[in-house]
Design a protein around this ligand. Structure first.
Ligand code: ASP
Length: 326
């Protein structure tokens, strides 16, 4: 009897000491069309995705937290003009850049987010400041920018954010008659970046950053800064970051729905994520996708759009980068 109890105790001790299988998954948005992506552009995008993946994974490998890993990854994607976040963010109908971002930490349930911020080089860093330095979760516009100044975050001039490619994209969208809520031209309008991670201590985290939808009304806020809609993390369950037609992701609380199905219905990560993206959202004609990792390091990256920039790396350190169904 004593021997059995001792071996059970030893087993649980070794399980507790075992390191979680470090995993990092990222996305660079669902707004990518096969017909519009040139080979040259594809190669450039793949390179940045891999760079961001390796940087985030290196944080995990060195024993860093999932919070730090998702932050590191998203900052690299924000700094790249190739993706719709930070530099290279899409333009509003007024030709301005208004950015949304959020971060959530599964270990504590803490979260921070910003919406409609201008001039802040890395909105995801500001979202983290909201989480760590204020009693709030979501801050908008001028108040959020004031916090960025107090925290000495970097600001850039509008020209730094606005790329010729995004100017041209806005012009193309303006020529079309559809409103932002029309799904017909969404691949032209979408994009976003995000990351989810599981660290060696078993902690999950998620972060998302975006310029929103091309040609959105000034003041429009999407799902990306809304906890439970575009971003969610809960230890023991999963971490999720979404991309797609934000209004649908808000109404369907997509990120939290993945966690809720796992928690309350006992559904597996892949089944939960696939069902939401390729059944529930598809039936609503809601375009987009998500990336997710669970507490065991299983991952899921479903999308119902043409493609979704994505990359992932598990404990084996092998880099996987994908765009379409390949
Ligand atoms: N979800 C983002 C938004 O609606 C856009 C995107 O992911 O493409 O603001």
């Amino acid at each position: 009897m004593i021997f059995r109890m001792l071996s059970l105790w030893l087993l649980s001790l070794s399980l507790a000491l075992a390191e979680a299988p470090i995993t990092l998954v990222l996305h660079g948005g669902a707004g990518v069309g096969k017909s519009t992506l040139t080979a040259e552009r594809e190669a450039e995008c793949r390179q940045v995705l891999e760079e961001a993946l390796r940087a985030g994974h290196a944080v995990l490998k060195a024993g860093g937290s999932s919070q730090e890993a998702v932050q590191t990854t998203v900052v690299i994607l924000e700094d790249s003009p190739l993706f719709n976040a930070g530099r290279g963010a899409v333009l509003t109908a007024a030709g301005t850049v208004e950015m949304d971002a959020s971060i959530m930490v599964g270990a504590t349930g803490q979260a921070g987010a910003v919406a409609g911020v201008q001039g802040v080089r890395n909105p995801v860093r500001l979202a983290e400041k909201v989480m760590l330095k204020t009693p709030h979760v979501l801050m908008t516009g001028r108040g959020a920018e004031e916090l960025a100044r107090e925290e000495k975050l970097r600001f850039e001039e509008p020209e730094w954010f606005i790329t010729p490619a995004q100017r041209a994209r806005l012009e193309r969208v303006k020529k079309q008659t559809g409103s932002v809520s029309s799904p017909s031209d969404l691949s032209l309008r979408m994009g976003t970046v995000g990351a989810v991670a599981l660290d060696a201590a078993g902690n999950l985290a998620a972060a998302t950053s975006t310029g929103g939808l091309v040609g959105k009304r000034a003041g429009r806020v999407g799902d990306s800064p809304l906890i439970g809609a575009g971003t969610y993390a809960e230890n023991g369950i999963c971490a999720v970051s979404c991309t797609g037609h934000g209004e649908f992701f808000i109404r369907n609380l997509v990120a939290y729905d993945v966690a809720a199905r796992m928690k309350y219905a006992g559904t597996g990560l892949a089944e939960a994520a696939e069902e939401i993206v390729n059944d529930k959202l598809k039936k609503l004609d809601a375009r987009g996708g998500l990336i997710a990792v669970d507490a065991k390091g299983n991952i899921s990256t479903p999308f119902n759009s043409d493609g979704m920039f994505r990359a992932w790396m598990g404990p084996d350190g092998l880099a996987h980068v994908a765009i379409f169904n390949e």
